[in-house]
Design a protein around this ligand. Sequence first.
Ligand SMILES: NC(=O)c1ccc[n+]([C@@H]2O[C@H](COP(=O)([O-])OP(=O)(O)OC[C@H]3O[C@@H](n4cnc5c(N)ncnc54)[C@H](O)[C@@H]3O)[C@@H](O)[C@H]2O)c1
Length: 291
Amino acid sequence: MAGILDEFKLDGKIAWVTGASYGLGLAYATAFAQAGAKKIIFNDINQELVDRGLAAYKERGIDAYGAVCDVTNEEQVNAFVKDVEEKFGTIDILVNNAGIIKRIPMIEMTKGQWDQVINVDLTGPFVCSKAVLPGMIRQRSGKIINACSMMSELGRETVSAYAAAKGGLKMLTRNICSEYGQYNIQCNGIGPGYIATPQTAPLRARQADGSMAPFDRFIRSKTPAQRWGTTEDLMGLAVFLASPASDFINGQIVYIDGGILAYIGQDPSQLDDSKMQDVKEENADIKVGDK
Ligand SMILES: NC(=O)c1ccc[n+]([C@@H]2O[C@H](COP(=O)([O-])OP(=O)(O)OC[C@H]3O[C@@H](n4cnc5c(N)ncnc54)[C@H](O)[C@@H]3O)[C@@H](O)[C@H]2O)c1
């Protein structure tokens, strides 16, 4: 007898995760493969990263196809999707994961830097969603998951472009739901809190004397769980939002933040450094630019 857990299976599905050579994208794609997805598709910005991704998937025993494709370049994205659909069939699941952040005070940020962040973090999801939607409409089913952020809700110093892009992505999520829900297409967002990845490693590095970095202390004091999230923390929700179990959930952003958005936080000076565990960080050796 089929049971509720069968609703979470992704058997036979083709899942495209953008920018998934490492970091959160690799975790989402790994989760999909573990849930039964037939083929994992990913792209990244250069061949070195694609090769790194292919090696990572191979090591995990995952059948993945990867190629260079810049999510901000509509021609490249359309050619990538055409090629994938010819090779493997209609894309059932898209995760708009590729993203960048530039931490620069707004009055020092050039318009070029602003445009870069908006292009990757907001225009990229528009371009990639637009490319897969016709196939999803034809088959009358599809799942789009957008990589939102707590910055879809909150502001902070130095991240004006990122917060504007992720806030915009929240509304793009609702709009895709509004326009294409009639075709049994669900578009939802995952809003990670502070997750240990190469993107956030500089914020977490221990001080020369071994004590917690001030920002690390700040985040732990704001989080009821008193820790950073791990990539594993995100995998269950990704599978849920990609699976039939969430077929009537549409246009929602679910935050995985250890409770930050619900909590005013404690006095950071009260945190006991000696009791704080460093989180396990995947791909810690990767050096990421523009962080
Ligand atoms: N790490 C966190 O704590 C955190 C928190 C909230 C939201 N997010 C969001 O989740 C997503 C993944 O985060 P991450 O920490 O794994 O990031 P990351 O920087 O580690 O990885 C991002 C990936 O996107 C790729 N990429 C960048 N620009 C691209 C482009 N134009 N075309 C194709 N690929 C491109 C990068 O090469 C990289 O592989 C991002 O959208 C990020 O903003 C991350």
